[in-house]
Design a protein around this ligand. Structure first.
Ligand code: TRP
Length: 344
């Protein structure tokens, strides 16, 4: 950690396959920035709740996420793929940092609030459950994740920005009160901050069933696109429409590499109208062209799983070495070195 390059820490919870929303909102930045920064890409398995119920799903998802990362072109030889729980220092730093964050500040965190509300709302999945202490630990742990490699930049989806604000606040408090250990990291949101779902819902998400996954095959993509919401259903093909109200066009904008085609479709759509059938057929071609190289790389790694394992093992080991350095600085700043200070 002595070289001059700035560091990135970012991550994702292992809850399944990654989709187009992840790509345009975050991954694209990671791919671009991996050449200029020392990167830790974290699979945040400590952040997945309900171990007892879900651990096999978490375990599968760790591999899914790693495969998706390799498939989109993240390079594990120059960046670290890190499994959070293989760096147990995260837990130790979380404990120390929990002294710096007032409970009130955490309860205002939108992600935490949403989870609390879900519990209180009490659907059949959450019936009889109470709020676990882990709900409060988890934003603190996210702060610990970012501070651990003393990161400068955190490229994320826009929903994660409040966590970064919390991280900056924590770093400031720590540095002021003890020693200047942590940079104040910046957040960075992707080109498409929030990709609309295939159903026209405000956000693509797996749980809403409105996602197109990066690993979906051509037929799955075709079906998903054919079933897409295409703006107000009363609009006829020869009637002009509003580009921003049609998710099919928004996807063209986000993923179609043929910019001339995109401009032509948008221009005609707004002036004389274009049928959704044409928009969908061209989108299927464009999305498959975008996804094909991703699918190819994925297939390669799926048939070479030891490479995936090697990436996770190697990256986690590097991250742990950094973590040991940071924790030495933290313990020194907090003056925790009891034995070292006892000169007998
Ligand atoms: N909370 C993030 C998510 O739900 C994952 C995450 C964990 C993360 N630790 C992080 C993101 C640190 C950025 C930085 O996807």
């Amino acid at each position: 950690m002595t070289d001059e390059r700035k560091r990135i820490l970012t991550g994702i919870r292992p809850t399944g396959s990654l989709h187009l929303g992840h790509y345009a909102g975050a991954l694209e930045n990671w791919i671009r920035l991996q050449h200029d920064y020392d990167c830790n890409f974290l699979i945040a398995d400590y952040q997945v709740s309900d171990y007892a119920d879900d651990i096999s799903r978490v375990r599968d998802s760790v591999w899914e996420v790693a495969l998706d990362w390799l498939a989109v072109g993240l390079n594990p030889e120059t960046s670290n793929f890190v499994i959070e729980s293989l760096v147990p220092e995260h837990a130790e730093l979380t404990l120390h940092l929990s002294w710096f964050l007032p409970l009130g500040m955490l309860s205002r965190n939108p992600t935490l609030k949403a989870e609390m509300d879900a519990l209180e709302g009490g659907d059949e999945k959450t019936a009889g459950k109470s709020v676990p202490v882990a709900f409060y630990n988890y934003p603190v742990m996210q702060v610990a994740n970012i501070l651990m490699p003393r990161a400068h930049l955190v490229p994320v989806g826009e929903d994660q920005l409040p966590h970064i604000e919390l991280t900056r606040e924590t770093a400031r408090r720590f540095n002021q009160r003890f020693k200047d250990v942590f940079p104040e990291p910046e957040g960075l949101v992707g080109r498409v901050a929030r990709l609309v779902g295939t159903d026209g819902n405000a956000k693509m998400s797996k749980s809403r069933g409105n996602a197109i996954n990066l690993k979906d095959d051509a037929e799955t993509v075709r079906k998903a696109v054919m079933g897409m919401y295409g703006g107000p259903p009363t609009r006829r093909a020869n009637e002009p429409g509003v580009v921003d109200e049609n998710p099919i066009l928004l996807y063209h904008d986000a993923f179609n590499a043929d910019r001339t085609e995109v401009e032509d479709l948008k221009q005609r759509y707004a002036s004389v109208g274009v049928g959704n059938k044409e928009l969908k057929e061209t989108l299927i071609v464009a999305l498959n062209a975008f996804l094909d190289p991703i699918r190819e790389r994925r297939a390669h790694y799926e048939s070479h799983m030891p490479l995936v394992r090697e990436a996770l093992e190697h990256g986690s080991k590097n991250a742990r070495a950094q973590a040991v350095e940071t924790m030495a600085l933290v313990r020194d700043a907090l003056d925790f070195d009891y034995l070292g200070k006892h000169q007998s």
